[in-house]
Design a protein around this ligand. Structure first.
Ligand code: AMP
Length: 311
């Protein structure tokens, strides 16, 4: 029995299934979470399938989170998707189920769960969910809504098919999703659209980004700046990829000041591996897309000098 058959066997065994994903979710975290839930619900209508974690207004078009009582976890199967490190799992009750499965495409640095299916070369967790469906398509049902959510996850995590994680297989998966007939144009327009506040912040980023001669770039977004644009931390998602459009920029960091004056760091690269640097500063992620934390401006400056030396 291979890992996919083992996962299906566990899914069949439990009547209650709860799907978790990481904190501060992106379209792939939510898309893979609710996409999987919709596939399982359509395939096993008698089972109770729930999704948990903080409700994210900007992504609620993909699906809403459920209110789940503590007792629901008794004798339930818990699936954690798209989350490499257990401390980042949203809703700490993931440990309260009877059986735990990890499904992910990040480097498997923190191994948790009774079963793990981790495929680093996959573009996204949404791609993995489709692969799971495709493997057992005689037993599973892919609805139009589930396909739409998985498509959104793939578009999000591949930067609209621009990142090297996009493979021929990714495009085959998209073809399989599109066969369900969901409105692809609507999804693309929703993912691409930005509020005016983010448009103004984008202009600020282009104007204030520091670019070093070796290709390293960075910007510090203080609370004051975010307040000026009437944005919170989550509003920075729309500007993370912006520096990469500048030809001379090879890798970059966006430092976002938090309420406690620590900084969230969003790291991206077109080549040099940046997740090792992220791991040194309470973070992690993919080789070309990672996140980390800095306690104060001193650590921010330390990271800026480390960024400079990455070349
Ligand atoms: P973000 O900049 O938040 O979109 O994160 C980019 C990637 O880095 C995602 O794959 C995240 O899962 C990962 N990541 C972000 N922050 C952290 C962290 N503090 N620890 C581990 N991985 C992280």
């Amino acid at each position: 029995m291979d890992i996919l058959e083992e996962i299906l066997e566990q899914i069949k065994k439990y009547n209650r299934i709860i799907i978790h994903r990481h904190q501060r979710p992106d379209p792939d975290a939510i898309g893979s979470q609710v996409g999987l839930a919709k596939i399982l619900q359509a395939s096993f209508p008698h089972k109770q399938i729930k999704v948990v974690g903080k409700q994210i207004d900007g992504l609620s078009w993909l699906g809403n989170m459920d209110d789940v009582e503590g007792e629901f976890f008794d004798d339930a199967l818990v699936i954690v998707i798209d989350t490499a490190n257990s401390p980042r799992i949203d809703d700490r009750r993931f440990e309260n189920g009877a059986f735990l499965i990890k499904i992910d495409h990040h480097p498997n640095d923190d191994q948790f769960g009774d079963l793990m299916w981790v495929k680093e070369e996959a573009s996204s967790s949404s791609e993995l969910v489709f692969d799971f469906f495709a493997r057992f398509k005689d037993q599973l049902t892919l609805t139009k809504e589930a396909a739409r959510d998985l498509y959104a996850g793939i578009v999000g995590d591949t930067g609209r098919f621009m990142y090297p994680s996009t493979s021929a297989h990714t495009h085959n998966v998209v073809a399989g999703l599109m066969e369900t007939g969901f409105d692809m144009v609507e999804v693309n327009q929703t993912l691409d659209g930005i509020p005016e506040s983010v448009a103004h912040l984008s202009a600020y980023v282009y104007d204030n980004l520091k670019i070093n001669s070796n290709g390293a770039a960075y910007i510090v977004l203080s609370k004051e700046v975010l307040e000026k644009f009437n944005l919170k931390d989550a509003g920075t998602a729309g500007i993370v990829s912006i520096p990469g459009r500048i030809l001379t920029v090879k890798w970059w960091a966006i430092f976002v000041e938090q309420d406690d004056h620590s900084y969230r760091i969003r790291l991206r690269s077109k080549g040099p591996v940046i997740n090792e640097l992220a791991k040194k500063h309470d973070g992690g992620g993919h080789p070309l897309a990672s996140g980390a934390k800095a306690k104060n401006l001193e650590e921010v400056n330390q990271i800026i000098s480390e960024l400079d030396q990455l070349a």
